[in-house]
Design a protein around this ligand. Structure first.
Ligand code: NDP
Ligand code: X2W
Length: 333
């Protein structure tokens, strides 16, 4: 028996991708998968892509999750704290939700409302010092999907003094799975196909997380819903500082990062190239007119933006090579 793993919220999009990755992981054995309204359904009835995975969704309670060494929580915001509190000490937990990402209770209330549950180790291994912190943690808060895309593009530029942290502008498009399977927004195919629509303009909840992780002081973000199932493409621009080279700063930061690729000069990221992988693709230049830095970043919101990142964090928590069970390469076309 390897590491015994349970997934809470397994009927959702992030949960389904976790099940797929766990099924192919050489050290993880899936012992339980839970749901809420769909508890009692076979996994393959809820996730047709997982036909052959012979397991029934249980209720999300301490009893169902009790046999696991590692629990992934893929629950709606506000649900993780109560479930985590009922897990035995020593059980490793990776929360894919937002509940434990922010250090500031004030920022939590501003963007999510209600009481702040607390702060866990932030699970973005590519940040300086993060691998050691994750390796020593029992509880890790996975990043938001836009947050991972944007932090990977921006953090090295601010750290290297190449980008002005007080002047950052982001426009980012996401596929519809980012909104979850029980999305409150209207995702009727007849309405989203052939359409690009901005939403949460000037008030996206990931801004607090991005500022916390990068040191950005002022950041404007405009999210756009794109008619595709998976993928995020973020264009991050910032005022350039000290004549620094943004591409060199990214290359230096990610020289040893197996999942972050600074593309060859002249190649720009495509979301489709990252689908099904745990990779993030980056490219950078300096605008020939404004002189601003431009970084384009792409990843799979369910991969490096959620389930893949969660498995990468869990690998580090258990002392495994961080790439175990994860694909560097996408499945395009
Ligand atoms: N989708 C994405 O790209 C990303 C998602 N995340 C985060 O991951 C988490 C899951 O997201 P996602 O998979 O998209 O969401 P989904 O809406 O697709 O799935 C939500 C899951 O939570 C269960 N659930 C719903 N209500 C409750 C409740 N009251 N108590 C316990 N379980 C409940 C659902 O069960 P049932 O279906 O049986 O009702 C389902 O299994 C969220 O916190 C989200 O923010 C993070 C990064 C990216
Ligand atoms: C397309 C779409 O609606 N995307 C969601 C992404 C949320 C997410 O996945 O991140 P959290 O875990 O922080 O909720 C949004 O923009 O709110």
């Amino acid at each position: 028996m390897g590491i015994r793993v349970a997934v809470a919220g397994a009927s959702g999009y992030a949960g389904g991708e976790l099940l797929r990755l766990i099924a192919g992981h050489p050290e993880f054995d899936l012992v339980a998968a839970t749901a809420h309204s769909q508890a009692g359904s076979p996994v393959s009835a809820v996730h047709p892509q997982l036909a052959g995975l012979d397991l029934t969704l249980g209720a999300t309670d301490a009893e169902t999750l009790s046999g696991a060494d590692l629990v992934f929580l893929a629950l709606p915001h506000g649900q993780s704290a109560a479930v985590a509190a009922r897990l035995a000490e020593g059980v490793r937990v990776v929360d894919l939700g937002a509940d434990f990402r922010l250090e500031s209770a004030e920022q939590w209330t501003r963007y999510y409302g209600g009481g702040h549950a607390g702060t866990w180790t932030y699970g973005l291994p590519e940040l300086p010092g993060a691998r050691a912190a994750i390796a020593g943690a029992d509880r890790v808060a996975n990043t938001g999907c836009y947050a991972a895309t944007i932090i990977l593009a921006l953090a090295p530029l601010i750290a290297a003094g190449v980008a002005d942290p007080e002047d950052v502008v982001v426009v980012a498009s996401s596929g519809t799975s980012g909104a979850g399977r029980n999305a409150k927004v209207n995702l009727l195919a007849s309405e989203i196909m052939g359409d690009l629509s901005p939403y949460k303009v000037g008030a996206h909840q990931h801004v607090a997380e991005i500022k916390q992780a990068t040191g950005a002081g002022s950041l404007s973000m405009t999210p756009i819903l794109a008619p595709m199932p998976r993928g995020i493409l973020a264009t991050v621009t910032a005022r350039r500082r000290n004549g620094g080279d943004p591409r060199e700063a990214l290359q230096a930061a990610y020289a040893d990062a197996p999942f972050v690729h600074v593309l060859p000069e002249g190649s720009w990221p495509h979301t489709a190239a990252t689908a099904g992988s745990n990779s993030c693709h980056l490219q950078a230049t300096v605008d020939i007119d404004s002189g601003r830095i431009i970084v384009v970043s792409a990843l799979d919101n369910l991969g490096k933006g959620a389930a893949g990142q969660a498995v990468q964090n869990a690998n580090i928590m258990f002392g495994l090579p961080e790439t175990t069970g994860l694909s560097v390469f996408g499945v395009a076309p």
